[in-house]
Design a protein around this ligand. Structure first.
Ligand SMILES: Nc1ncnc2c1ncn2[C@@H]1O[C@H](COP(=O)(O)OP(=O)(O)O)[C@@H](O)[C@H]1O
Ligand SMILES: [Mg+2]
Length: 261
């Protein structure tokens, strides 16, 4: 395969680029051969059941560990009609850029490895490969009835705050997109995530509210969500909310950051 070596202005790692018919590949230069082979054919792929069912997810052997390949499917009513296709927007490239940005800032997210895309007229389809994170999906732990450790939720709050302070808005922040590794947590699934210079209070609150809904849906005790908000340090992130609280003279016990210990 004949690769060109490029780094588009909005990316920072070194990539190898390949055009093959209508297919385009952008893979990390260091592992171009193995990643190119993996993204071009699903030979030794092991299917992984996806939480949302929207996308198709596989794992494959990569270096001494595993990597993950996710194909983008179009959801919604026209799914049967446009499976694995979507219009005009290069979703894998957008996700790769956000992941690379977070990864290079030392944020616990999957390391981006490469993408594939094809344009057939106005129809677009593609896939992304990332390093596999060996851990437990928080959703699986919760639905399996595993005991929950409050420190993990504090760590999740700290992590979300870090992501927001880096200017990243996660488009689907629910418990199925959090992977626990020992005492730490990783955030995954940055499809449709957006990068801003600074993230406003509204976007921050939208992410937290999405997470709150998934806590409610899976009946996770709300004191754990409060611990997330304490880890997030909501006071410094939502100054206008603090102002309202102090204006209306809300007592300590009515504030959302009641300390647990
Ligand atoms: N880098 C990764 N490492 C380990 N598991 C992953 C990784 N990315 C995704 N998964 C697993 O695959 C599932 C589906 O992937 P995800 O990126 O959330 O796509 P979607 O929600 O669109 O199906 C996740 O719930 C998670 O358990
Ligand atoms: Mg997901």
């Amino acid at each position: 395969m004949k690769y060109m070596f490029i780094t588009p202005s909005y990316l920072h790692l070194e990539y190898a680029y390949l055009e093959q018919g209508k297919t385009r590949l952008l893979v990390r230069k260091h592992w171009q051969e193995s990643l190119g082979a993996a993204l071009l054919n699903k030979g030794d792929m092991v299917p992984l059941s996806s939480t949302s069912g929207r996308d198709t997810v596989y794992t494959f052997d990569f270096e001494d560990s595993k990597a993950l390949l996710r194909e983008y499917c179009r959801g919604g009513a026209i799914r049967w009609f446009t499976t694995r296709s979507f219009l005009l927007v290069n979703r894998p490239l957008r996700e790769l850029a956000v992941l690379e940005y977070l990864f290079l800032h030392g944020f616990p997210c999957p390391e981006p490895l490469g993408i594939r895309w094809e344009c057939v007229g106005p129809i677009f389809r593609g896939a992304i490969a990332t390093r596999f994170i060996e851990g437990e999906n928080l959703l699986h732990l919760v639905t399996g009835g595993a005991p929950l450790d409050e420190r993990v939720f504090h760590e999740i709050g700290v992590l979300i705050r870090r992501m927001h302070d880096l200017g990243v808005y996660h488009a689907d922040l629910h418990i199925g997109n959090i992977i626990l590794v020992n005492q730490g947590a990783y955030l995954i699934d940055f499809d449709k995530a957006k990068q801003f210079g600074t993230l406003d209070q509204r976007k921050r609150a939208q992410n937290l509210m999405r997470l709150y809904r998934s806590f409610r849906k899976h009946r996770i005790p709300l004191n754990f969500f409060r611990t997330v908000v304490v880890g997030y340090d909501w006071r410094s992130a939502f100054p206008s909310l603090c102002k309202i609280y102090s204006k209306v003279g809300l007592g300590q016990k009515n504030r959302p950051d009641v300390e647990m210990r």
